[in-house]
Design a protein around this ligand. Structure first.
Ligand code: NAP
Length: 293
C-alpha cells in the first residue's frame, strides 16, 4: 500500500480528487503542464525517470470536446501521442499505468448500455484521439488498465453540475425576492452516466490493489440527460426551478455528441469489485458534502 504514485492531469477535475483520495494510502505526487508537457517525449521521460513511480495514473488530456474538433492535430498530439509517451516511459521504468478513457469512444447508437465487449466507433475527434490513446497503451504495455469513465462532476473545476446549481441558485434567490428571473435551458436528448470524481478515485484504488489490467468500464449506475440530472438535483435541494427542455441541435456545438453512451460496469461486476453506486445516491452525497459551498 506504500507504492509511489504519480498522477498526471493533477490540476484537472478528476486529478484533484485522485490526489485527495490516493494520498491517504499512497505516496502520491501530482503533475500538470507546469511540470512537463506529455506531448514531449524527452521531457516526460526525464521527469518520470527521476521520480521513478511504481504506478502512473494518467488523467492528463485535452478534454475540450469542441476544441478537439477545431484543432484535430492538437487533440491527437495530447490525447494519443501524449498517452503513447506516458505508456512508453512506464514500460521503460517498469511502472504500472492506469489510463482514463471515455464513453465518447462509442457512437451512442446501441440503444442500451455499452460493455467492454462492444466495439468502439467514435464520432468526434476527442473520442477518436482517446481511442487511439487506448490502442497505444494496449500495444505497449501488457499490464496496463484502461478505465473508461463518463460525464464527470466534482468541485475542482467548473462542470455541468456546478454551473447548473449556480444558475438555479440565481433563479431561486430572484424568486424569493419576487424579482424577474431567467428560465434555465437544459439539453434533454443526450444520455450518459453522471459520475462523481471521488467515486472514480475510490474505484481506482481497487484497480491498483487488485492489479486489474485491460479495459474496465467504471461509471455510476443509471443514465440521465442534463435535464433529468438537473431535475434530480433540484428535487434533492427542494428548489422549485423552471427549466425549458432543449435539444442538442438547439445548442450550437462544433463537435457531434453521441446520443446515448451509458456504460455498464460488466467486468467489475463479474469480478465482484465494483465500487460504483447509483448516480442518484452519489449526487445526493455530493450535495450533502458540498452544501456549504
Ligand atoms: N470530464 C469528463 O466529463 C470526462 C468524461 C470521461 C472521461 N474523461 C477523461 O478523464 C480524464 C480527466 O479529465 P478532466 O475532466 O479532469 O480534465 P481537465 O479538467 O480538463 O484536466 C486536464 C488536465 O490535464 C493536464 N494537461 C492537459 N494537457 C497537458 C499536456 N500537454 N501535458 C501535461 N498535462 C496536460 C491539465 O494540466 P494544466 O492544468 O496544467 O493545463 C489538467 O491537469 C481525461 O483523460 C478525460 O479524457 C473526462
Amino acid at each position: 500500500m506504500n507504492d509511489k504514485i504519480l498522477i498526471t492531469g493533477a490540476t484537472g477535475l478528476l486529478g484533484v480528487d485522485l490526489m485527495a483520495v490516493l494520498k491517504q494510502d499512497y505516496r502520491a505526487m501530482g503533475v500538470a503542464t507546469a511540470n512537463f508537457d506529455i506531448q514531449n517525449y524527452d521531457e516526460t521521460a526525464s521527469f518520470l525517470d527521476r521520480m521513478k513511480p511504481e504506478v502512473v495514473l494518467h488523467a492528463a488530456a485535452w478534454a475540450d470536446v469542441d476544441g478537439c474538433e477545431e484543432q484535430k492535430e492538437k487533440a491527437f498530439a495530447v490525447n494519443a501521442i501524449g498517452t503513447k509517451n506516458i505508456a512508453t516511459v512506464c514500460k521503460n521504468i517498469g511502472a504500472k499505468m492506469i489510463f482514463y478513457s471515455t464513453d465518447y469512444v462509442f457512437d451512442g447508437t446501441k440503444g442500451s448500455a455499452y460493455t467492454e465487449d462492444d466495439k468502439p466507433n467514435p464520432i468526434n475527434n476527442y473520442g477518436r484521439s482517446k481511442l487511439e490513446g487506448e490502442q497505444h497503451v494496449l500495444d505497449i504495455l501488457d499490464n496496463a488498465a484502461i478505465m473508461r469513465i463518463s460525464w464527470l462532476y466534482g468541485t475542482a473545476k467548473d462542470c455541468f453540475v456546478t454551473s447548473v446549481i449556480h444558475s438555479a441558485l440565481t433563479q431561486h434567490r430572484a424568486k424569493l425576492k419576487n424579482e424577474p428571473y431567467e428560465v434555465l435551458k437544459v439539453v434533454g436528448d443526450q444520455f450518459s452516466c453522471p459520475t462523481w470524481t471521488v467515486d472514480i478515485a475510490d474505484q481506482t484504488k481497487v484497480i491498483i490493489e487488485k492489479k486489474l489490467t485491460g479495459i474496465i468500464h467504471a461509471a455510476s449506475i443509471g443514465q440521465a440527460s442534463k435535464y433529468k440530472l438537473s431535475e434530480n438535483i433540484f428535487e434533492e435541494l427542494s428548489w422549485d426551478i423552471e427549466m425549458n427542455l432543449v435539444k442538442r441541435s438547439d445548442v450550437p456545438m462544433k463537435a457531434k455528441r453521441p446520443e446515448r453512451t451509458d456504460l455498464e460496469n460488466k467486468r467489475l461486476n463479474e469480478l465482484g469489485l465494483s465500487e460504483m453506486r447509483s448516480y442518484k445516491e452519489a449526487i445526493r452525497e455530493f450535495l450533502m458534502v458540498h452544501k456549504e459551498d
